[in-house]
Design a protein around this ligand. Structure first.
Ligand SMILES: O=C(O)CCC(=O)C(=O)O
Ligand SMILES: [Fe+2]
Length: 332
């Protein structure tokens, strides 16, 4: 039985695909050493700042046109679209979401909700989570995800009518906590339909590096594709339901690839790419691209708020498990 760990050990196939990907220059982007203002942490491990282990995401101007966006997506596994959405509208939406979470005691009393300054004391986590489950079912949130700038971009990107999966995730992360998203690629959770899905990760507010935004493993869409080919083989003997499950016996608990981010960069001899995300940015990523998050160490005590939603061509096969609203315990 191939465990995720042994996949990482044995991934010479993945490695060779990755090396050939990496030997091509990516979008002519310069390789600058990244110097984060804090030691970036994830799951108790510090990210290396060595220039061959940490770099910056390459930004793409939102007005470049869909052909360039598609080319960069294929080449890099992600496209970081700068200023696609209205900054003011995103900040308003941040204020709206946080004001609805505020009844849990999450915010510093007397502060503007759109700043998202976390209360210093305790708050009612259950109440906030229940409120979050209502918010992801709300008309306003649906409208935010389906706003014309998104629907037009995604129609053009998928080359037809885009479909937005109903299961849409919104996450808030408090400063000074150890919460971090383990390294994974999204297809693990979305295997029941087409592999031509695209994730949009949207910061709801500024998320500078110290606030623990997404980090991408450079060139890893080739690694994810090789891993998935391996899982397809290993899972072939399982029942249809198990085959597509992120929790089946061949996957790590939770379906993620690893919680040890520095170790992954070493194993694949690549870099984690970080960025200072701003309200209005949208990142599109491939379902094979490996990503994770670092912890929120906000200098000014701000809550990190973001949404991650998935689109595809409506005529491609749709994973029926994603046709329900997100619930915290839906085991997907
Ligand atoms: O926001 C996060 O921490 C995780 C998001 C994610 O996994 C995604 O956008 O696919
Ligand atoms: Fe993800």
């Amino acid at each position: 039985m191939a465990t995720v760990h042994s996949l990482l050990e044995l991934s010479t196939e993945a490695r060779s695909i990755w090396v050939s990907e990496m030997s091509r220059p990516i979008g002519g982007a310069q390789r600058l050493a990244a110097v984060p203002p804090v030691t970036l942490m994830a799951n108790g491990k510090a990210l290396s700042t060595a220039p061959n282990r940490l770099g910056y995401l390459a930004p793409t101007d939102a007005s470049v046109g869909v052909e360039t966006i598609r080319d960069r997506f294929a080449e890099q596994g992600y496209v970081w679209l700068k200023g696609l959405l209205s900054r003011g509208e995103v900040l308003d939406f941040r204020g709206w979401v946080l004001s609805h979470l505020a009844e849990s005691g999450l915010l510093q009393p007397g502060t503007d909700p759109s700043l998202g300054i976390a209360a210093t004391g305790t708050f009612d986590r259950q109440r906030a989570d229940r409120r979050l489950m209502s918010l992801v079912r709300s008309t306003a949130y649906e409208g935010f995800c389906a706003q014309p700038l998104m629907s037009r971009l995604m129609d053009a990107f998928v080359g037809g009518l885009s479909y937005l999966h109903k299961r849409k995730i919104m996450r808030f992360t408090l400063p000074g906590t150890t919460v971090a998203t383990p390294a994974h690629y999204d297809l693990v959770y979305l295997r029941g339909g087409t592999s031509r899905v695209v994730t949009a990760w949207i910061p709801i507010g500024d998320i500078p590096v110290d606030m623990g935004g997404l980090v991408y493993l450079e060139g890893s869409h080739a690694i994810g594709a090789a891993m998935e080919a391996r899982f397809a083989k290993d899972n072939a003997g399982l029942s249809a339901e198990e085959r597509i499950s992120a929790y089946n016996r061949n996957m790590a608990e939770g379906g993620w690839v690893s919680k040890d981010l520095p170790d992954m960069a070493d194993r694949f001899d690549t870099r984690w790419l970080i960025a200072d995300f701003e309200a209005g940015d949208v990142v599109l990523h491939s379902p094979y691209m490996i990503h994770a998050s670092t912890t929120n160490q906000s200098f000014d005590g701000r809550i990190r708020l973001s949404t991650d939603i998935r689109y595809q061509n409506v005529d491609d096969e749709i994973d029926a498990r994603w046709a329900n609203h997100w619930s915290l315990n839906d085991m997907l």
